[in-house]
Each structure stands twice: as structure tokens, then as C-alpha cells.
Design a protein around this ligand. Structure first.
Ligand code: ATP
Ligand code: LTN
Length: 338
């Protein structure tokens, strides 16, 4: 618990580390759009996080514009929400250093994403990949954000942010200083799985292009990927219980439900007893209807990187004003000469 009394604020970020996909849309960006009308929101392109694994400098800038384009194309309005890139606001890195002196090695040792991403040879992983969740905590707390819309995979990182807040507020005897950020995870689409393996999450970095529906895919490509998606030979069950040991079927039903704002029950009421020969074309039509227009708008926006740059730079200016105030106060609390 903290005694934080400040305003509610939403923060989230996406790494410019590859093509935006259906999982990013359903798990994150779609929520960003819904939240911007009721809350003060900041949406960041976290380029400093992206370089925790190698990024070719020749493509990083374009990838940053790609994420910004996805935000805007999906409906994030820079007049309502602050859209910016992380590296333009040095306060994130400053607070991350202080937080790295608050977080304990034991906490970071438990992070499953580090284990997954570092793979077998963790001696060769960057130090940044290891301290990644500390920078993430700084992203959120430099704005004293109270709510963080993310997909299911970020739950553990959010818990670490909360641990950092608890320890900071306690150790420095500043019980009201930082809020405990709440993850906003629930809802259909919080965990979209690969089209090739219903037990692995859909990811920017999947080796198979066929596993992932990119927001930039055209209608034809989307339809082909869904047609080829891995399934089993059984017809769809008439109730969600029947999906329990059928991860691929569960994933496709989940995508249909998330995009049509229905429950799995409703979808199975409609398609229960049908084979994939009937369900897949219906799903392909729905994904094309909802995603292809976003892709088209992204292409239009990406053709004018000058405009995207302006949006990011203006956003960074607004974000900096908030972030610098927090860092000044933190320096005071920690005992630095200010
Ligand atoms: P990578 O898989 O290469 O690590 P990513 O696709 O997970 O990258 P991130 O930038 O790490 O992309 O995630 C951006 C946002 O999208 C986060 O909120 C994350 O939780 C969400 N997200 C990512 N993949 C999925 C998914 N398969 N289902 C639901 N949400 C997802
Ligand atoms: N780790 C997140 C990206 C991220 C983020 C954040 C999300 C970096 N900083 C702050 C929410 C809040 C991911 O999706 N991989």
C-alpha cells in the first residue's frame, strides 16, 4: 500500500523491435484507444528497451516510426494522449539508475522473460536485458502512472515495479511518493497465441512468418495465414470447456471473440459442431475487416515519417515536463545535491 494521493494516469510502451502484430493490438493498443477518452494517457515507443537485444541502427528509426504509426492508425489521438519515444526523455534512464539501486538481484533472478530471451547461454546476454524490468519500472513511475495496460506476459514485470515502489517509499520514508501501478490485463486478447503452435505466444520475433498476423499484412496474406493455421481434426465444441486441451482451437476462437467483442460462449453457440473448413473463412473475414484498414492507414502514415517525427517530438516535450519534476523530487529524497 502507498498513501499516494495524486491523479490517475495511464502509461504503456511497446518496443520497436519488429513488426506489430495481432497480439500487440488485442493485448495492448486496443486498450490504449479505449483509455484515452477517460484518462490522462502516455504511450511510449520504448526504443531503449529494444536495444537490449541487437537492433540494426539502419532499421531502428523506421521501426520506431512503425510503432508510432500503429498507435495512430489504431485510433490513438495525439491530441488526447501523449505519444513519444523513450530515448527523447533522459529522465527514464536517470530514474532507472536509482531504481537499480533499490531493486535486489534476487528479484531480477526470478524474471522468466529474461530466462526465455537470454536462452541457454545467459553469459552472453546484455546487462540491459537483465535490468530491463528496472527501466520498465522507471518508465511507469517517472510519470507516477497508476494504470498500465499490457498483455498477460508483462504481469511479472509489473509486479517487480510494485516491489520497487514498496521498497523505495519505505526505505526513503516517503510513503506517499510513488503510487502502486495497477496492471490492466484482463479481457479477451490478453494472450494471443502463435498460429503454428497454440502453446507459444504470438510474437514479433517468431522464426516463422506464418505464425504471426502482422498489422501491415494485406487481406490476402491474412486470409492465407488463417487458412494455414494449425488446428486439429475435431469440429468445434459447443461450450468453452471443450476447448481445454485444444490450444490451437482455443486460440482461434479467442481471436474471433476478441475481435467481435463477444464471449467464447457466444462464438461457440454460433459455430459449435462446425469444422474449421467453415470457421476459418469466417475468422479470416473478421480479421480482414478489423485489421486490414489499420494496416492501410499505417502504410499511409509511414510514407510521411516527417509527420510521425513531429508527433513524437511534441509528445516528448510534454512528457519531459512531467518526468523532470519527478526526477528532481527523487534526487531530493535520495539526498543528492540539487
Ligand atoms: P517479443 O515477442 O519480440 O518480445 P512482443 O511482440 O511481445 O515482442 P512487446 O513490445 O514486448 O512485443 O509487447 C508490446 C505489448 O503487446 C505488451 O503490452 C505485450 O504484453 C503485448 N503483447 C505482446 N505479445 C502479445 C500476445 N501474443 N498477446 C497479447 N498481448 C501481447
Ligand atoms: N516490457 C514491455 C514494454 C514496456 C512497457 C513499459 C510496457 C517497456 N516499458 C512500461 C508498459 C509499461 C513489453 O511489452 N515487452
Amino acid at each position: 500500500m502507498t498513501g499516494y494521493q495524486g491523479p490517475e494516469r495511464v502509461f504503456s510502451g511497446i518496443q520497436p523491435s519488429g513488426g506489430m502484430h495481432l497480439g500487440n493490438y488485442l493485448g495492448a493498443i486496443r486498450k490504449f484507444v479505449d483509455l484515452q477518452t477517460q484518462h490522462e494517457c502516455l504511450y511510449c515507443v520504448v526504443d531503449m528497451h529494444a536495444i537490449t537485444v541487437w537492433q540494426d541502427p539502419k532499421s531502428l528509426r523506421d521501426q520506431t516510426f512503425h510503432i508510432a504509426a500503429a498507435y495512430l492508425a489504431a485510433g490513438v489521438d495525439p491530441a488526447k494522449a501523449t505519444v513519444f519515444h523513450q530515448s527523447a526523455v533522459p529522465a527514464h534512464a536517470e530514474l532507472a539508475w536509482i531504481f537499480s539501486c533499490v531493486a535486489r538481484l534476487g528479484w531480477l533472478d526470478r524474471m522468466t522473460q529474461f530466462k526465455d530471451k537470454a536462452g541457454k547461454d545467459k553469459e552472453r546476454a546484455s546487462v540491459g536485458l537483465y535490468t530491463y524490468p528496472v527501466l520498465m519500472a522507471a518508465d511507469i513511475l517517472v510519470y507516477k502512472a497508476t494504470h498500465v495496460p499490457v498483455g498477460e506476459d508483462q504481469k511479472q514485470h509489473l509486479e517487480l515495479s510494485r516491489d520497487i515502489v514498496g521498497r523505495f517509499n519505505r526505505e526513503f520514508d516517503a510513503p506517499d511518493f510513488f503510487p502502486l501501478p495497477e496492471p490492466l490485463i484482463k479481457g479477451p486478447g490478453a494472450r494471443v497465441m502463435s498460429l503454428r503452435d497454440g502453446t507459444a505466444k504470438m510474437s514479433k520475433s517468431d522464426a516463422s512468418e506464418q505464425a504471426t498476423i502482422y498489422l501491415i499484412d494485406d487481406a490476402d496474406t491474412i486470409a492465407k495465414k488463417i487458412k494455414k493455421a494449425k488446428t486439429d481434426p475435431e469440429p468445434l465444441p459447443s461450450e468453452p470447456k471443450g476447448l481445454e486441451s485444444r490450444p490451437e482451437a482455443a486460440n482461434l476462437v479467442g481471436i474471433y471473440a476478441a475481435l467481435s467483442s463477444k464471449s467464447d460462449e457466444d462464438v461457440l453457440r454460433e459455430f459449435g459442431g462446425e469444422g474449421f473448413g467453415k470457421f476459418k473463412p469466417a475468422l479470416a473475414d473478421l480479421v480482414v475487416e478489423k485489421i486490414a484498414p489499420i494496416g492501410a492507414e499505417m502504410r499511409r502514415l509511414q510514407a510521411d515519417p516527417g509527420h510521425l517525427r513531429q508527433v513524437l517530438v511534441a509528445g516528448a516535450e510534454r512528457a519531459s515536463a512531467l518526468a523532470e519534476k519527478t526526477v528532481r523530487d527523487v534526487k531530493e529524497i535520495v539526498g543528492f545535491v540539487v
